[in-house]
Each structure stands twice: as structure tokens, then as C-alpha cells.
Write a protein that binds this ligand. Structure first.
Ligand code: PLP
Length: 416
């Protein structure tokens, strides 16, 4: 990016942007919810579209001057529908959390019973965390994973559904390494007359690229963020069956949000076009291959992974056997330029602020063009860093090795 104007006007902010550019270029990004969006998407997000108010929907706006905005938003809607084979798309949600809130607001009454995945088993805060809006406004019943297999216990899901008769069942995750059995969820929901809501924020890129099965044919509503594996700008979309379209649209605006962010919607439209290209299928497959390879390489080095592997882009490791808590591992890995996050493991005996595990994934490194040989090196660096986490000399050495590899793999939007 060219920062000429910020340089003139606000060198203090520019200094931090450039430092962040350097961090992104010289380090390995393994946070599974992060990615690098294209320069084209960034240009749209930085465009004059940010100046415009456009409350309402294409053709039904509350302000004048919408002739260009309507074209852009309609393109975003059409491409989202094409990409996911959806009957209806709302592209206005500011981000994943407000999108989930809008879905609940559209289809539930306050106090209704809903089922979602437990937070410490991989669910999201918007799936019923007691201190969050979702947990306060609705009666969330939480299902979890099987202790032995680390996989969602579909028997428990069915048992809880029969017992509690939820109005909606939410499926989807923020820290779970396995594919979701959408059909089975749908069967259980049908058995008890519940609505189905899929939150594919993490895996939307893999679904769009054909590397994972899509819930869109089965589920009433599907939400995804646009900035994770889908590699677009920070935001979200809601896809649904035509019969829910009106309720969803009214819940997003005026139910929850005011003016949509049309600069971001233009960025989403561009990202959807990119995801419709054949190269994106290859990207999605490689994300999965890299994750499988990295998981194997870690297990060969004695790491214990939840569910003993992955079907997705995401890996969850229990560091108990490595004698290091997740937080200390995260800090040591930060020092060598490897970014990931500490994470709870199912039924973690430790606190969420200092949990037993780490969560990592391959969407960002795959965007940079890294493949199996680089995954081998990454596994090795993670292992060495954890073994030497108190040895500053060794950590500095690893940091140099990481940087030397990283600068060979350009980050979109960052000039080498
Ligand atoms: C990331 C995520 C969200 C929330 O998205 P934000 O844009 O951070 O609000 C919701 N659900 C799941 C499963 C997620 O992974």
C-alpha cells in the first residue's frame, strides 16, 4: 500500500502501521481466524465509498444518491448467492457477532431455548456464553465433544434436543478441528422441530472452495464472517432460505444496525469474485493439506492434538505433556515471530486466561504460498521454541531463521 497521505498528516499512526507491516511480513501467522486479504479488497475498503450513507436495501433506501451503491451491493449479494448456492444473502452485517445477534433477533423470542457448542469445547461467545448477550437473552443449552474422540458427541446433541426441545440448534465453531456432520444436525433438528443455524465463520473459505461439505442445502440460516478462510474484508454475511429472507433483512436493518458499510461491502464483492475463481479451489485444498501435514509433523514431535488431527484448517494442541501452559508457549512463540493463540482444551482444568492449549491453523501461511516443506519447518520451530522457551539466545536464532524464510513468501498488499 502507498501511505503518502498518512505520512504527511499523521506520521505517528503511520509508524505503527509500518511496524505492523514488518511484523506481518517477517513472521509466521498461524492464528486460524486470520488471513491476508488481497490488495484489491484493501483498495475497496480504503475507497470513497466510506463517505456514503445508504440505510435500507438496494432499491429501497432512505437517502438519495444511491445509484452506484445499489449496483455494488447487488453485485455482492449475487456473488454471495452464487458462491454458496444460497437462496438469499444479506451482505450488510458489520461482523460475525452482530450477524449472529441479528439471526437470533429475526427467528427467536427472548428467552427461547437454543442449543450451541460449549465455549471451552470450541463454541463462540455468541453461541450462549452466560455473560454474553446470547447467553443472557436466550436459554442456551450447551452440548460438547466426546472426551475420548475429541469430536462433537452427536448422541448427546440428540439427547439434549429431545429433552429440551430447542427452537433453534446452532452448529459451528471457533476452536474445533473436525468437520461438522451437517446432515445429522439437520435430522436431529427435524426430529424436534427446531430451526437450524450454521456458523461457518472459520470454514467458509473451505466450503466455498469445495474442500468441506456445505450446510447451505440443509440449514435454515448460515452465517459467516468474510475475513477468515474466505479471505475478504472484516465483516460478515447471512445466507438463508427464501422463507426467512424478510425476517433476516428486517433484523439486520432496522432491527440491529443502521447504515451499512458500503466500502466493506465492495470489498466483500471483490473477495467473492476471487473465491469464485478456480485458483481459490486450489487454495482451499492446500489449506487443508497443509493443516493435515502440520498436524502430523507436530504429532511426530510428541504434541498431543485434540481429536488426534484435523479435517479443517485448524489444530488444537494440549500442551500438558510438554510441561508448558498455553500462555507461556504463546509468549515464547511471539518472541520468534510465530503468532498463534493460547486456547482452552475441552474441560480444561486451567483458566481461560492461562489455559492448557494452543490453537493454530494454516489459512494465512497458505495464502503466502507455503506448502508441505514449510509446514515441516514450522513444526520444528514450534517444537524447538517450546523446548528452549527460557533460552533467549536460541529464541533469537530461531527468530532469524523464521524471518529468512518468511521474506521469501510475499504478503498480498505489502510491498517487499
Ligand atoms: C469469528 C467468529 C465469530 C465472530 O466474528 P467477529 O467478526 O469477530 O464478531 C462468530 N462465530 C464464530 C464461530 C467465529 O469463529
Amino acid at each position: 500500500m502507498n501511505y503518502e497521505s498518512i505520512k504527511q498528516e499523521d506520521p505517528q499512526i503511520l509508524e505503527s502501521i509500518l511496524a505492523e507491516e514488518k511484523r506481518q511480513r517477517e513472521g509466521i501467522e498461524l492464528i486460524p481466524s486470520e488471513n491476508y486479504t488481497s490488495a484489491a479488497v484493501m483498495e475497496a475498503c480504503g475507497s470513497i465509498l466510506t463517505n456514503k450513507y445508504s440505510e435500507g436495501y438496494p432499491g429501497k433506501r432512505y437517502y438519495g444518491g444511491q445509484e452506484n451503491i445499489d449496483v455494488i451491493e447487488n453485485m455482492a449479494i449475487d456473488r454471495a448467492k452464487e458462491l454458496f448456492g444460497a437462496e438469499h444473502a444479506n451482505v450488510q452485517p458489520y461482523s460475525g457477532s452482530p450477524a449472529n445477534t441479528a439471526i437470533y433477533f429475526a427467528l427467536l423470542e427472548f428467552g427461547d431455548t437454543v442449543m450451541g457448542l460449549k465455549l471451552d469445547h470450541g463454541g463462540h461467545i455468541t453461541h450462549g456464553l452466560p455473560i454474553a448477550f446470547s447467553g443472557k437473552a436466550y436459554n442456551f443449552i450447551q452440548y460438547g465433544v466426546n472426551k475420548e474422540t475429541g469430536k462433537i458427541d452427536m448422541e448427546e446433541v440428540r439427547r439434549l434436543a429431545l429433552e429440551h426441545k430447542p427452537k433453534m440448534i446452532v452448529a459451528g465453531f471457533t476452536a474445533y478441528p473436525r468437520d461438522i456432520e451437517w446432515k445429522k444436525f439437520k435430522e436431529i433438528a427435524d426430529e424436534v422441530g427446531a430451526l437450524t443455524m450454521a456458523d461457518i465463520s472459520h470454514t467458509a473459505g473451505l466450503v466455498a472452495g469445495g474442500a468441506l461439505e456445505s450446510p447451505v442445502p440443509y440449514f435454515d440460516v448460515v452465517m459467516t464472517t468474510t475475513h477468515k478462510t474466505l479471505r475478504g474484508p472484516r465483516g460478515a454475511i447471512i445466507l438463508c432460505k427464501e422463507k426467512h429472507a424478510k425476517a433476516i433483512d428486517r433484523a439486520v436493518f432496522p432491527g440491529l444496525q443502521g447504515g451499512p458499510h458500503e466500502h466493506t461491502i465492495a470489498g466483500k464483492a471483490i473477495a467473492f469474485k476471487e473465491a469464485l475463481q478456480p485458483e481459490f479451489k486450489e487454495y482451499a485444498m492446500q489449506v487443508k493439506k497443509n493443516a493435515e501435514y502440520l498436524a502430523d509433523a507436530m504429532m511426530k514431535r510428541g504434541f498431543k492434538l485434540i481429536s488426534d488431527g484435523t479435517d479443517t484448517h485448524l489444530i488444537l494442541a494440549d500442551l500438558t505433556s510438554k510441561n508448558i501452559p498455553g500462555k507461556e508457549a504463546q509468549v515464547a512463540l511471539d518472541k520468534v515471530g510465530i503468532t498463534l493463540n493460547k486456547n482452552t482444551i475441552p474441560d480444561d482444568p486451567r483458566s481461560p486466561f492461562d489455559p492448557s492449549g494452543i490453537r493454530l491453523g494454516t489459512p494465512a501461511v497458505t495464502t503466502r504460498g507455503m506448502k508441505e516443506p514449510e509446514m515441516e519447518r514450522i513444526a520444528d520451530w514450534i517444537d524447538r521454541t517450546i523446548q528452549n522457551h527460557e533460552n533467549e539466545t536460541e529464541l533469537l536464532k530461531i527468530k532469524e531463521e523464521v524471518k529468512t524464510m518468511c521474506v521469501k513468501f510475499p504478503v498480498p498488499g505489502i510491498l517487499g
